[in-house]
Design a protein around this ligand. Structure first.
Ligand code: ZN
Length: 189
């Protein structure tokens, strides 16, 4: 969390951003006119059998005497979690269950192919990132006074507060985590 990125809602918006690349400054070197499409980043989503597009790669061209910086970056689909075979929807379900019950119950509930160890790691990443997530959310709205559901485990109280804050910040979103990435331009995990 904390690192900025470019996000799109889906293939159509991704294409629209890609078509404007020639007029867009490179996020690294700020030079305009050097960005070109550089293929897609594919991955498996935890529940899907097929590879899906996770991001459009972009290259700031320094080839053939072009003035770019030679670095690459990605336009991320906002409903994907980077470096994990995971959609934001599954992560949202997992976190809600992990907070309300416990991690073992949450793993059973989401029923996907990631190992228990991976889920433990995902929980840890979320746990460590909580304060950054909270700070990012505070830029959008204050935290709700009380979380709507008190967790069974009192240790989960801060995490319950973060999830309640996410819902308060994006009340109409299909998935609050995707809305977080898309709206705030920053990775959730
Ligand atoms: Zn550049």
């Amino acid at each position: 969390m904390g690192e900025e990125g470019w996000f799109c809602r889906g293939a159509e918006e991704c294409k629209a951003i890609a078509e404007r690349l020639k007029q867009t400054p490179c996020p690294h070197c700020k030079v305009v006119g050097m960005l070109i499409r550089h293929g897609f980043l594919y991955g498996f989503d935890a529940s899907a059998r097929q590879r899906t597009v996770r991001a459009q790669r972009v290259f700031c061209s320094n080839r053939n005497r072009r003035r770019g910086c030679g670095r690459t970056f990605s336009i991320w689909f906002a409903d994907k979690i980077r470096r994990l075979s995971l959609t934001t929807g599954i992560l949202w379900r997992f976190l809600q269950r992990a907070v309300a019950n416990n991690i073992a119950a949450a793993i059973r509930a989401v029923d996907c192919r990631l190992s228990d160890r991976t889920w433990q790691r995902i929980w840890k990443r979320f746990d460590l990132g909580q304060s950054k997530i909270r700070t990012a959310l505070c830029g959008r709205c204050p935290p709700p006074e009380l979380p709507p559901r008190l967790p069974a485990n009192p240790k989960r109280q801060p995490a319950a507060q973060v999830l309640a804050h996410l819902e308060a910040a994006f009340p109409d979103a299909h998935c609050p985590i995707a809305a977080f990435q898309q709206t705030l331009g920053t990775f959730f995990l």
